[in-house]
Design a protein around this ligand. Structure first.
Ligand code: DX5
Ligand code: ZN
Length: 222
């Protein structure tokens, strides 16, 4: 497996030509497609559901899809997203009534499971879960919108979680989501992240490959 993954977030893609835009991001070097699901209830925005994911698979997108659920409740939509073709499904623990159950459902349907921590959410949720997680996501903006500014306190949190993962001995990805740009990705990598969600920095540029190549260099020379 690759040492780190770059995950273009399609929240900033052109939804009128979504399949084409995603292929462009993949051809430019994106590893995983980050798929933001918002319900105008857990977060103040509304995006896309399992039907869109399924149609991307039908269209021919083969890359892993990383579904970030910003919805409350969580459990009822997990099977739909899994059947539509998700690879990773992550959710916010405060949006789930029974966190362990939500993780179980994700795994039952054959997907990799993860928790997403808002910048102010305590890491206590990790106390009894490390053996069940494939991925831990740290939000570095308040969830709901693309193109926000990276919240600096996240750097310390990344270091903390890197230590928790290393000490646990489990093979868990550490993903950071929000406000990642060409000028801060190196710093984020240096703190121990190995999966990077990048929305506006890629899709709002006119040369996806240039941005992705630059970001890889920053990560590798961190
Ligand atoms: C925010 C989403 C992010 C967002 C990142 O709630 O979870 O995935 O698309 O976009 P940028 O990279 O523009 O901050
Ligand atoms: Zn996201």
């Amino acid at each position: 497996m690759k040492k780190y993954l770059l995950a273009p977030s399609i929240l900033s893609a052109n939804f009128a030509v979504l399949g084409e835009d995603i292929n462009n991001a993949l051809r430019s070097g994106g590893d995983v497609i980050h798929f933001d699901v918002m319900d105008n209830h857990y977060v103040p925005n509304l995006t896309i559901g399992p039907m869109v994911l399924e149609s991307l698979r039908t269209y021919g997108i083969k890359a892993p899809i990383d579904v970030h659920l910003m919805i409350k409740p969580v459990d009822s939509l997990i099977p739909d997203f899994a059947k539509a073709g998700s690879n990773y499904i992550t959710f916010h623990p405060e949006a789930s009534k029974h966190v362990d159950r939500s993780i179980q459902i994700i795994k039952e349907y054959g997907c990799k499971a993860g928790l997403v921590f808002n910048t102010t959410t305590s890491l206590n949720y990790l106390d009894y879960l490390m053996d069940k997680l494939d991925i831990i996501v740290l939000m570095s903006v308040n969830p709901g919108f693309s193109n926000q500014i990276f919240i600096p306190s996240t750097l310390e949190k990344i270091r903390k979680v890197r230590k928790i993962i290393d000490e646990s001995g489990y093979n868990i990805m550490l993903e950071v989501d929000g406000g990642i740009k060409m000028d801060n990705i190196g710093k984020i990598a240096a703190c121990g992240a190995n999966m990077f969600v990048v929305g506006s920095a890629i899709f709002n540029s006119n040369n996806y490959k240039k941005v992705i190549d630059y970001m890889r260099k920053e990560i590798e020379t961190k």
